[in-house]
Write a protein that binds this ligand. Sequence first.
Ligand code: GLY
Length: 319
Amino acid sequence: MLNRRKFNKYFPALLGTPLLLSCDDKPTVQSTSEPLIISTWANTNANTIAQQHLLKNDSALLDAIEKGVNSVEEDPNDTSVGYGGMPDNSGEVTLDACIMDKNGNAGSVTYLKNIINAVSVARKVMDNSPHVILSGEGANRFAREQGFEETDLLTDVSRTAYEKWKKKAIYKPEINIERHDTIGMIVKNKSGDLSGACSTSGLQFKTPGRVGDSPIIGSGLYVDNEVGAATATGLGEVILKSCSTFLVVELMRQGHSPDSACKEALLRIKKKYDINDLQVGLIAINKNGEYGGYAIQPGFVYAVSDAETTQVIDSKSIL
Ligand code: GLY
């Protein structure tokens, strides 16, 4: 009998709202209609923006990803990305972002200040500079030269949270922070090409100068147009030490499904580090349009869109 649960599962397009599916319940891990867009956390609005761009112009893959990620960077209610992101322990918001295209080109910014759309600066690094990463004041200077405006990234909410935190000033990364740490988006368009991007304000109340995994190619994001793409969220320090997204793509090259590649990359982290107090979430797509995700802790979700539907999937976890 087609009860409401089954109806929701098989006919998401008819409902008009994103669904929350358990990965175990998923009828398939293959997109039915491309483009395929997947993002860390419940970033359904970002997915829809990318989806709409791609439906109008399938070849504008990077524009679609950039606009999708920009929407999260501009959202003052997302306290882990762009405007409204939580500051470091000196009260300053600093941003990390990167972008990678189907040809293996990449651009990245680290420790960028006062510019909302860090991923757009990363794209300019890729397109308009001979480098891959620009950092700190150099990244800001480059951004100004490229026409970006500088603005205060603190909001009343993040300033108040910082003032409250400062009273005790104890640094401790939180697991699944408000269910939205970092946006990583990876996309396969209708023509079968892959690209991705990643943007974050990093760990809240971090030491000034700290850079996480998100702007580092092979850690926060990796794309190989022959094989697949992967992106990460969670505690950047362990992702950096494990080159997790590069590993996920290499595991897919060896025949792992996206789910299995993400799980194996997390098991490698588990072998070396105490994972009880940390979270890492990985998502991946392969060249066949299969997708998946895995996390260390329960509570990680990711958003999946194809040409018609958007779902929020409750990731499997190794704990
Ligand atoms: N994954 C985001 C960060 O650690 O900065």
